[in-house]
Unconditional design. Sequence first.
Length: 359
Amino acid sequence: MLLFLHCADVHLGAKMTAKLPKELASERQAELRASFARMVDYGASLGVKAVLIAGDMFDSDRPLKNDKGYFYGVVKKYPNIDFLYLRGNHDQEQSYEESLPNLKTFSEKWQRYSYGNVDIWGAEFTQENCLSLLDSLQTDKDKKNVVLLHGQPSNGVGRYEINLKKLQGKQVDYLALGHLHSYAEGRIDERGRYAFSGCLEGRGFDELGEKGFILLETDETSPYGGINSRFIPHSSRIFQEFTVDISDTADIFSACAKVKEQVRASQRDFCRVRLTGKIKYDGETLKYDLEKYLSPSFYYLSVKNETVRSFRQGDFSGDLSLKGEFVRGVLQDGSLTEREKSQIISIGLKALAGEKIDE
């Protein structure tokens, strides 16, 4: 039995300041580096032969010296483990400069690395080879064949688009993919299947849920060509998002209480709450009140207030003032959505009252 790890999209050096507050971005960058090291520690404890990196080890073509140094340090720590590094769309240039005996790389042509009866194939997509690369793969049908690529299944013909039909009948047992940031798997043909390991750690609320890597194990009794795979949850923190309808709440405090009751997430995680529904009270400060109330319950909390304040014509039917005329006029405008009416009325009432209007 041989063991391998399949990971991808680590994105060392990702700035993350666009997704997280500046004070948390640096800490999250350090967690990304530590996550890669912990994964290799785990693999070493099991006796893996190689770590398969299916692209985007770094977030940039020109990684920072500290990130490259960290990566090299992990590789050097385990000279008995091979690191098969295939570059993706983020780390095409200057990703590796140091020559290490256990750091194996790829180019635009197919490269094979053999471990017992397992052949691991890999090649990097270019504008020149993207149409012909899959056609040129020639494997040994008597071997267990693992193919390493960076891209996603597609019927298209562009770079990083993989037509799985071109791999059918090529004796591929396992296609190790990178590019998509969530775990996913599927079939190639009767013999083989593909899998995305996803990223090791989420970097924003566009990367929700548990992240990790895949453990590969050869097995002569396996019905799928002798390569078993298992997703290993690994992320130190996860991003979670909850939607709470607060239409039935009477005020800001009752809204906060309802959210606290419904949102269930670990104190170590990133949490986003989307507030929806129609409310009859002024929810201008709802986002800030909720963040202050619940922030101690999570590592980081983000609140998106998507509620609509309910204004009714009957509430202003006897109001002959400029305010009443303004509200009735907006409510009767058939070209506006409910949200637009609510926003316009809220801003207008503030202006009429001489209050400061947030930009």
